[in-house]
Design a protein around this ligand. Structure first.
Ligand SMILES: CC(C)(COP(=O)(O)OP(=O)(O)OC[C@H]1O[C@@H](n2cnc3c(N)ncnc32)[C@H](O)[C@@H]1OP(=O)(O)O)[C@@H](O)C(=O)NCCC(=O)NCCS
Length: 330
């Protein structure tokens, strides 16, 4: 799916927040659990540490502080929201949805609330959906949360996956605006590659192996990731009539520094325009892009008028890009 935003109705981000659990887990700590080393992890992934949720913390607990920050920036509260989408593969539970749980905790009694599953691309899908609802006039103020507690679905004996992921959540408020915010989206899925990153046994399909842990073919996912980050970024720019030189802030999915470097070089984005925080948080799945956006905002890199390109990719296999003009003051 690809398309440009409507020219007569504008939608933008008016609030942004992010939150990670307190507990830091370093590579050295992991090397005491599985056969690995700080040197291997840094060289192959660029990750130095990640945050891991406490036993008492579920996704909604990580999301609430992020939402508080986003509401603080937008000046809105739960009662003002009429759409709440949570992008995740690790909801508090299968049902009720984490969105419904959050709507209750926020007093968002007027909101339609549902969860959305698109792997690590979930946040990009959810933002595109919220854009569509607002642009169509079905909703006026949307809250989009992207977050995961992937530590709950990892096999802590599998060195090929535990070193990569971390827990975290981010939130954005979307509202109608006078000036253009979102400019274009491109989203896609290739189910044929689904088994390269999956959680067999987590739904109604029965498997002989009852494990409910993430399974991944790292090399295949690496190839897919480097390809789609470039293709999707180029496609959305072309559709919007923009060029890579125009991009002020590039926010790629934070999976691996080598994937980011590869995409950045291929696209031709100067490194000072790229947001990278995977070294501190690992891959937080649906939390990755909003966490990176929040970091960029905190560093004063998101200025009013900045052209921002975001591209996510992940399980499905899925990918998704959004191009937007940042409209908030820095
Ligand atoms: C997982 C990944 C870091 C592995 O890096 P790689 O350079 O492809 O490494 P390989 O898979 O070829 O493994 C090389 C060796 O390191 C070993 N290895 C794997 N994980 C290890 C670890 N944590 N520590 C030490 N050695 C490890 C492998 O067993 C292999 O050993 P062998 O050569 O004796 O068989 C890389 O493939 C990757 O990042 N893929 C994308 C994953 C991803 O982003 N997933 C989420 C997408 S949303």
């Amino acid at each position: 799916m690809i398309g440009t935003a409507r020219s007569d109705v504008h939608v933008t981000i008016t609030g942004l927040g992010a939150h990670v659990p307190e507990r830091v887990v370093t590579n050295d700590e992991l090397s005491r659990l599985v056969e690995t080393s700080d040197e291997w992890i840094v060289e192959r992934t660029g990750i130095r540490e990640r945050r891991i949720a406490a036993d008492s913390e579920a996704l909604s607990d990580l999301a609430l502080p992020a939402i508080d920050q986003a509401f603080g920036q937008s000046g809105l509260g739960g009662k003002d929201i009429d759409l709440l989408i949570v992008a995740t593969v690790t909801p508090d539970m299968m049902f009720p949805s984490t969105s419904a749980i959050l709507a209750d905790r926020l007093g968002a009694t007027e909101a339609a609330a549902y969860d959305l599953s698109a792997g690590c691309t979930g946040f990009m899908y959810a933002v595109a959906q919220a854009y569509g609802m607002l642009a169509a006039g079905l909703a006026r103020r949307a809250l989009v949360v992207g977050g995961d507690v992937l530590s709950r679905i990892l096999d802590w004996k599998d060195r090929s996956t535990v070193v990569l992921f971390g827990d975290g959540a981010g939130a954005v408020v979307l509202e109608l605006s006078e000036e253009p915010g979102f400019l274009a989206f491109e989203l896609g899925a290739d189910g044929a590659g689904g088994e390269h990153l999956w959680l067999p046994g987590s739904g109604s399909r029965l498997f002989d192996d009852p494990d409910e842990f993430v399974k991944m073919n790292g090399r295949e996912v690496f190839k897919f990731a480097t390809r789609v980050l470039v293709q999707s970024g180029e496609a959305v720019l072309e559709r919007a009539g923009a060029h890579i030189e125009d991009v002020d802030v590039y926010v790629p999915h934070q999976a691996n520094v080598r994937i980011i470097d590869h995409a950045t070089k291929k696209l031709g984005v100067p490194s000072e325009r790229v947001v990278v925080n995977v070294d501190r948080y690992g891959n937080t799945s649906s939390g990755s892009i909003p966490l990176a956006l929040a970091d960029a905002q905190e560093e004063g890199r998101l200025r009013k008028g900045s052209l921002v390109l975001m591209t996510g990719m992940g399980a499905g296999l899925t990918w998704g890009s959004a191009l937007m003009r940042w409209t908030m003051a820095s």
